[in-house]
Design a protein around this ligand. Sequence first.
Ligand code: NAD
Length: 343
Amino acid sequence: MGAGNVAARHARVLSGFPDVRIAGVADTDAARAARLAREYGAASYGSHTALLRDERLDAVYVCVPPFAHGPIELAVLDAGLSLFVEKPLALDEGTARRVAATARRTGAVTAVGHHWRYMDVVDEARRRLGDRPVRLALGMWLDKVPPVPWWPRLDGSGGQVVEQAVHVLDLARLLVGEVAEVSAHESGHPPEQAEGAAGPGGAGGAAGKDGTAGIGGADGTAGRVGAATGALLRFRDGAAGILGATCLLSWKHRAGLEIYAEGLALRISEDRMVVDSDRGREVVTESGDARRRVDRAFVDAVLHRGEDVRAPYEDALRTHRLACAVARAAASGVPVTLDDDEG
Ligand SMILES: NC(=O)c1ccc[n+]([C@@H]2O[C@H](COP(=O)([O-])OP(=O)(O)OC[C@H]3O[C@@H](n4cnc5c(N)ncnc54)[C@H](O)[C@@H]3O)[C@@H](O)[C@H]2O)c1
């Protein structure tokens, strides 16, 4: 479901597996669905309901923008199918909680596209840390505005922390632990782009012609994503965390997580990990296979051949709630406490 950038990537990976057949592609932009479907000899549809009605499926990949999540996942789960969802889970917490509750009820195999969990350097970081307590985590996502029309608006993407830095927050949860409280500050807005002005409507959403979806401010900035976010995180076990994000650049500058424990500094990014200790510096290179592994693990789980789904929906819900908490703290200027419930 969804035939954009990330769907094309999953289709490419999945088509290389001998035990997978891509049966159908659905997109509200029927021409896009047809283009991707043609590449893989699949049927194409203009809606998720038509695809679910007409094809006999085992599993569905939901690769739609943040604003479009919810109804698709619920329909897939109600049909008794396995579910892979691209991050972020939704614009808000409520939608993701409803999907999680339904997944719990149906007992479906679920997975979320937090492929960083499959990086070699992340496995290696866990080994190096052992049971050393982490005291400080510094996360960052310093990038450009992605060239998709729905991104610059809050009602399209949910903002940079929810949409992008969520990968870093997920890694922080994995390596450091759960977060108890966040405070955050947001600054400015990225410059308007011709493409972004379309709003979520440009990608099949429900916004008006001007993309404002009922939101609009006298200064023209209401409803637009922030240009930069700084957040302070208090982990449950007492570790301190700082997250910095900006979309003001025209290139991807840095995205990753630094972890500090007694006598050990780890700098993890998508292509390497730099390890500093009293033994000097070591650089561990990433193989780049994580994007294949995340799909393989899901397929193996669907086929009952493996149990290596590292971010099932339920777990990803915790990461999503953390990202939403940062966004809420930034919008309100008031610290947000994360409770310990099941999601
Ligand atoms: N894990 C990763 O590394 C990674 C990488 C890229 C994107 N993503 C995530 O994937 C999601 C999609 O990103 P993208 O770059 O592919 O966006 P995109 O705009 O290229 O593609 C999204 C597609 O979804 C379609 N769509 C919208 N509403 C729909 C609906 N109700 N039913 C069916 N199709 C619908 C749009 O028409 C569009 O073709 C985003 O949430 C993004 O964060 C994840």
